[in-house]
Design a protein around this ligand. Structure first.
Ligand code: ZN
Ligand code: ZN
Length: 252
């Protein structure tokens, strides 16, 4: 099969012919239909986040199950699935027992210590795969497995109450999803962006108000929850001017 291989830290990605992997016990083989590109791919390539090399990265993979390993009972051939970042954890450490498996030091992460989705096929733990709803296109599903999880986690952690106002800083890869999730969950949704050319998109995605900074946020009544998706600390810090008493700022 063809795979994008990162040969070494700081290395250039190479399109290579590599053996098609075989699913082990409790694993499935997935034929990739889409694999999202995330800025974390750059962080991993540049050694800012840990990864083994040579490596095939890609942690927003979606596709169709074409082979089952031994002991797989919950998935079948033909299932349309996506794979999240964390596939497997020890189940015994403090973090696993607290239900925060993301912090498990023994975790098997997609594209970290098991090959990721930038390839024609990938192997994944069956229980980690998530079934895709019928009618959802692969291309639309892929980014949900990182960007979507990330923003929805932030929204959940903030525990917004029904009357609260949610502000989203930044209308990019994360922010454009956060606006849609906040809106569809029924919250008054405020988009904060300095980019004039993103205003129209923010409204289209469901924002009730689009403003450019913390002063504007305060003037508009403030926010109970700020979901910070911008990579600018300056822009994020500035929005605190509009955070209401008892408000929560969540850094994504
Ligand atoms: Zn990512
Ligand atoms: Zn653990």
């Amino acid at each position: 099969m063809k795979a994008a291989v990162v040969p070494e830290v700081h290395g250039k990605w190479q399109l290579k012919d590599v053996p098609t992997p075989k699913p082990g016990s409790d694993q499935v083989l997935i034929k990739m239909h889409a694999s999202g590109i995330c800025y974390t791919d750059v962080h991993m390539t540049e050694g800012i986040l840990p990864a083994r090399f040579p490596n095939t990265i890609g942690h927003e993979p979606v596709g169709e199950i074409v082979e089952l390993g031994q002991n797989v009972t919950t998935r079948k051939i033909g299932d349309r699935v996506g794979v999240p970042w964390v596939q497997h954890t020890c189940g015994r450490c403090e973090w696993c027992q607290r239900g925060k498996s993301l912090f498990c030091s023994e975790q098997i992460g997609t594209g970290v210590n098991i090959a990721g989705g930038h390839a024609e096929y990938m192997v994944a733990y069956a229980d980690a795969t998530q079934l895709l709803p019928e009618g959802l296109q692969y291309e639309q599903a892929a980014p949900i497995f990182c960007a979507g999880y990330t923003v929805y986690s932030g929204l959940r952690i903030a525990e917004p109450k029904p009357h609260e106002r949610i502000a989203i800083v930044g209308v990019g890869g994360l922010g454009h999803l956060a606006i849609q999730y906040a809106k569809v969950c029924g919250f008054e949704t405020i988009a904060i962006t300095h980019s004039k050319d993103k205003e129209e998109l923010a409204y289209k995605l469901g924002a009730d108000v689009v403003i450019s900074d913390g002063k504007g946020l305060k003037k508009s009544g403030g926010a109970d929850v700020i979901l910070a998706t911008s990579n600018s600390y300056k822009a994020t810090g500035d929005t605190l001017k509009g955070l209401r008493p008892d408000g929560r700022l969540v850094l994504l």
